[in-house]
Write a protein that binds this ligand. Structure first.
Ligand SMILES: [Zn+2]
Length: 254
């Protein structure tokens, strides 16, 4: 079985279904049960990655489309621990966050290492909220054997697009913010490889700047304390940075 070697938490492959516009676009039929009671039989269309991508790109000024793209960027920011992109991504998907009860305020702290737990939580909450109306159905596809098949019924396209982003049918390039469809079985993160190179270069440049600024500002600290300080700021291989910086200062003194 293909799914066996994969992480069981990330093997959602259910087709995403929305109401079909007309007979021609319908791929099948299913019964939905409105909360007010009763049952409705609806013609449904399966949302392909191309359809989800098209919806995200159709209206670039749409707050909802922009916020959904933010989900893609936020996931990248926290998996890659990319400080530069975190705050922008959080702000971009803010419209997807549930409204707080009246009189309640939320404090956010996007500093220190705790911010990555915060980012994961924020992503999960925004994604859950965006996809809250999706429901598991058993539908009858018009093609094949017409066998009852599980699917995710989404009452609107934004719900389907949120699920498509979550299920990796469509992705958001962390460098340019454009959407793209990853090829099957390929772990592609960027819309084109040039954007991967450009992004990694920018990240490494940024990291150098931050590490050097921290070392300069804390030159009175002992080496172990300085390493600790850099590590706290999320700079990997802090030891190498400190050793390099100290060597440079020594060379300048000569
Ligand atoms: Zn790109």
């Amino acid at each position: 079985m293909v799914g066996m070697s994969r992480d069981p938490l990330h093997t959602v492959t259910l087709p995403l279904l929305v109401n079909a516009d007309d007979e021609n676009t319908a791929n099948g039929e299913c019964a939905v049960f409105p909360s007010r009671g009763g049952e409705t039989l609806v013609k449904v269309q399966a949302v392909s990655p191309e359809i989800a991508k098209g919806w995200l790109e159709r209206d670039t000024r749409s707050t909802l489309a922009r916020a959904l793209k933010g989900l893609g960027r936020l996931r990248h920011a926290y998996t890659e621990k990319d400080d530069r992109k975190l705050l922008a991504a959080v702000d971009q998907c803010r419209p997807l966050m549930p409204k707080l009860p009246l009189g309640m305020t939320q404090t956010e702290d996007w500093t220190g290492e705790g911010k990555w737990d915060g980012a994961r939580w924020y992503y999960a909450e925004a994604m859950s909220h965006a996809a809250k109306n999706a429901r598991l159905v058993v539908w009858w596809p018009f093609s094949g054997q017409h066998e009852p098949t599980p699917g995710l019924y989404c009452p609107d396209m934004s719900t389907a697009v949120a699920m498509a982003l979550f299920m990796d049918g469509v992705r958001v390039c962390p460098f340019c913010g454009e959407t793209f469809i990853p090829k099957l079985g390929k772990a592609r993160t960027y819309c084109k490889s040039a954007h991967g190179v450009a992004d990694r270069t920018a990240r490494s440049r940024d990291k150098t700047k931050r590490a050097e600024a921290l070392i300069r500002a804390n030159s009175d600290l002992s080496v172990p304390k300085l390493i600790e300080k850099l590590a706290e700021a999320g700079i990997k291989r802090a030891r190498d940075w400190v050793v390099k910086a100290k060597a440079r200062v020594k060379a300048q003194k000569r």
